[in-house]
Write a protein that binds this ligand. Sequence first.
Ligand code: HEC
Length: 395
Amino acid sequence: MTALLFDWASLLVRWAHVMFGILWIGTSFYFIWLDASLRKRNDDPTIAGESWMVHGGGFYLAEKYMVAPDKLPDELHWFKYEAYFTWITGMLLLGIIYYWSAETYLINTNVLPMSAGQAIGMSAGSLIAGWIAYDLICRSPLGRNTAALAVCVFALITLSSFLYANTFTGRAAFLHIGAFIGTIMAANVFFIIIPNQKKTVAALIAGEEPDAIWGMQAKQRSLHNNYLTLPVVFMMISNHYPITYGHPLSWLIAVGVVVAGGLIRHFYNQHDAGALDWKGKVALPAAALAVLALIAVSASRLGTGYSEEVEFAQVRQIVNQHCINCHSATPTEEGFEEAPLGVMFDTVGDIRKYAAQINAQVVLTDTMPLGNMTEMTQEQRDILGAWVAQGAEIE
Ligand code: HEC
């Protein structure tokens, strides 16, 4: 019963998280596009541009003011709850999956032995520390130089990737890199972008000139969010792909994704603004090259250190020792009421059927057994790999 409720909690929160994420990214991309689509109008100098749109059978006209209208409307729409709720549901999901079952999902004693409390503390602490470090960098004199700032923020993300990969399970590490960046993005909205917009509006209502620095800061942070969107989404969905997070150089793969995602965004930003220069044009092929490099890195792990002929009895014995406690119609592992994802190895046919997945989870990566709970050895992994490579015979 607990397992059932637990799955429902995780599924419902995940649903909400994905929906809020879609809304956040959707509005953010929409406004970037809208800004780029504005065309100058000659009749009114207070209007920066206008954009005509048709959608769902209706015609829409959006106008952007140079600064602000003389009189603010009674009803002004803000866009902030998408960001806040994406972050809140994300943290809930982190709690439900990784904190609740920290021993299984967060901690890999082969990477760094620690207690559940320590792991949770490090997870939450690192997200807060990441935001503080990022914010300090942006506020420092570096913040005035866009290129230097970009390099520093990139270095911070690289450092976090490396540290996470050497602290948690591969899967948790990847997710934390995403959460680290996502937290920075949501905090940018909460602590900088929205407060600065509020200050600007308050100044306008009071009939004062808004301080230009507010707008500049908000724009800088929005730009960071813009470039970081694609990598974050990748980290979040890569959870189903041990080829990424399960690799010994997973942190490098994460960094490559940040580069590729940023390049793709760069191309679209310039393209949408109708200002595609050579750097923008090169960005897309460069992103494709970066992705090819990632594939090459992830493939560098193929092959196994075991060359002898493998008997099925050896495979059976390894699976019995390391997998069957969870992957069975009647699991004996505490907290498992049914076989995870329906994957079970009770019969010879079952083991044969899942040969490719076993290879992906156990040989190419060390995702299974979860957190290497049963302390599987490298030689045992190599034997399974050789068995698959030799055709997964069950005779
Ligand atoms: C402690 C329990 C546990 C042990 C031991 C364990 N697994 Fe798993 N396994 C899981 C869980 C939980 C999942 C589901 C993971 C998820 O939700 O992505 C899973 C998923 C899988 C999948 C499906 C992955 C996918 O995304 O399709 C395979 C294949 C697998 N395990 C193989 C193995 C093999 C082989 C072993 C033994 C070497 C093993 N597991 C040991 C708990 C375990």
